[in-house]
Design a protein around this ligand. Structure first.
Ligand SMILES: Cc1cc2nc3c(=O)[nH]c(=O)nc-3n(C[C@H](O)[C@H](O)[C@H](O)COP(=O)(O)OP(=O)(O)OC[C@H]3O[C@@H](n4cnc5c(N)ncnc54)[C@H](O)[C@@H]3O)c2cc1C
Length: 457
């Protein structure tokens, strides 16, 4: 049995920092390429935002053409077998064609098992706190575990921290928030409601046609996704001081007949990369949700016998984005642009919660409803053995509204993992990796199916 000092003193091929959906896919993909891979995660569980009860968005364009496959699809297929997902369910009158609810705990359990089978070393309770780099190469990263500080070396690194912590510590350029002031989308905390009559709750709350799914063992279809506002109760909510505005929007999802994940809280002006601000948000959002739960139990049909469980941590939508070799921008999204160095596609609409915390907008993707994600968005300027994936890739705030969602995060995570393993095996700098070889490996991994590899040779 290897000791902890031995483990961290032997260099890895690939080090992935952060085990949200992005880091999970990056580490899995790297290990499946044969790379000796370590995954660092400060929390005692993996999943990041996906551990909070969110619905994965989205695999299909508005017209219903699936463009997201690979590990993102494999995970859903495995969850369906476990009863933790119901597939891609049409949303008849929503802002997306289909929704993909998953159970957060089964997601964590299934992906933990997948990582173990692939041979990934997961270091829980371990944060990356610094990086040592020379001449554009990250040599090692400083980690803080429960018991000590220590260095880990790797040949290639993947930053999947959501906040670009590794890239910034390594000296790569990054932008924090929106240009001209650093505004960021607000943070929210998810809440799980149990012992809910979900059908009555849906009838009372849904302002659009909900998504229904049938599931093995359930006598009736389940309302697996619905959304609306609390407009009917604005006066009551104002009295309770829950929101500082009217018509607050909420979204719910579930794969169970008697439980709901509720996205209905919000706090503005919080920098999610600042531990003090996040700590204050944790206290304030927990209190906001305790009040919301009490209000729902007293007022909303279907919740009379419910218990409400605010999540243990705050969900962060936006902090830093690296400046990579290409910055995906508003025009690329508006026209659904194709790129020769595509590593996959995204199709979730631009989803921007305004930094003032009072409104939100969804804007459709142009063209045929999908845009390519160029490999260059994953390659930071100036650092040659590092790739960045997920929420913090090189995109403008507008494009970030589309790329920050989980399906594109899994796509960039998988591509970064495959690319990192190749760079480590071939001793190639990330910006010199042959794009055709990477795309070939992604095609083998079924990331691309059908015509999605539009720009590739
Ligand atoms: C309230 C809310 C609602 C959302 N709704 C949806 C939705 O309905 N559908 C959808 O698809 N997307 C939704 N999103 C967006 C989506 O959930 C996230 O953008 C996505 O999950 C980001 O994945 P990630 O792995 O890049 O980052 P994260 O999920 O943030 O994971 C980053 C991981 O890195 C770890 N980490 C952080 N710092 C360090 C460090 N220094 N060292 C090591 N590890 C570190 C963290 O602990 C975490 O586990 C929502 C986001 C929020 C906040």
């Amino acid at each position: 049995m290897q000791t902890y000092p031995d483990l961290i003193s032997t260099p890895f091929d690939v080090l992935v920092a952060g085990a949200g959906v992005t880091g999970i896919c990056a580490a899995l993909a790297a290990a499946r390429q044969g790379a000796r891979t370590v995954l660092l995660e400060p929390r005692p569980f993996i999943g990041g935002n996906a551990a909070t009860g969110l619905c994965i968005h989205t695999y299909k364009t508005r017209e219903g053409r699936q463009v997201v496959y690979g590990l993102a699809q494999e995970i859903v297929d495995r969850l369906i077998e476990q009863g933790g997902a119901v597939g891609h369910v049409p949303l008849p009158s929503g802002y997306v064609h289909s929704v993909t609810p998953v159970d957060a705990d089964l997601f964590r359990m299934e992906t933990t098992a997948m990582l173990a089978r692939a041979g990934v070393t997961i270091l829980y309770n371990t944060a990356l706190v610094d990086a040592v780099s020379h001449n554009g190469q990250v040599e090692k990263v400083l980690i803080c575990s429960k018991s000590e500080l220590g260095f880990i070396r790797a040949r290639t690194f993947v930053d999947a921290t959501g906040d670009a912590d590794l890239a910034v510590k390594a000296g790569a350029p990054a932008r924090t928030g929106w240009p001209g002031g650093g505004a960021m989308q607000p943070v929210s905390m998810m809440m799980r409601a149990v012992s809910v009559d979900t059908r009555r709750a849906c009838e009372a709350l849904s302002e659009f046609e909900p998504a229904w799914a049938t599931k093995r063992g359930c006598a009736q279809p389940i309302p697996v996704y619905f959304h609306g506002t609390f407009s009917r109760w604005n006066e009551e909510l104002r009295k309770l001081g829950i929101y500082d505005h009217d018509d607050h929007q909420f979204w719910t999802n579930t794969v169970w007949p008697d439980q709901l994940n509720i996205n209905g809280s919000r706090l503005a002006h919080i920098d999610g990369s600042d531990p003090l601000a996040l700590s204050r948000a944790t206290v304030e959002l927990t209190a906001q949700l305790q009040k919301l739960g009490a209000f729902m139990r007293d007022n909303v049909p279907g919740f009379e016998n419910a218990s409400f469980l605010p999540n243990a941590f705050v969900g962060v939508r936006e902090t830093r984005n690296i400046q990579g070799l290409y910055e995906l921008n508003e025009d690329d999204i508006r026209v659904g642009r194709r790129f020769d160095d595509t590593i996959g596609q995204g199709c979730f609409p631009v989803d921007i919660h305004h930094p003032d915390g009072k409104s939100q907008e969804h804007i459709d993707i142009g063209g045929d409803g999908a845009y390519d994600i160029p490999y260059r968005c994953l390659v930071p300027q100036g650092i040659h053995n590092l790739l960045v994936a997920g929420r913090c890739i090189s995109v403008t705030p507008y494009a970030h509204g589309a790329t920050r969602n989980m399906a594109p995060c899994m796509t960039t995570g998988e591509a970064a993992g495959v690319a990192a393993a190749m760079c480590a095996a071939q001793s190639v700098p990330t910006h010199e990796l042959a794009i055709g070889t990477l795309q070939g490996a992604l095609r083998d991994a079924k990331v691309f199916l059908g015509e999605e590899l539009a720009g590739a040779a």
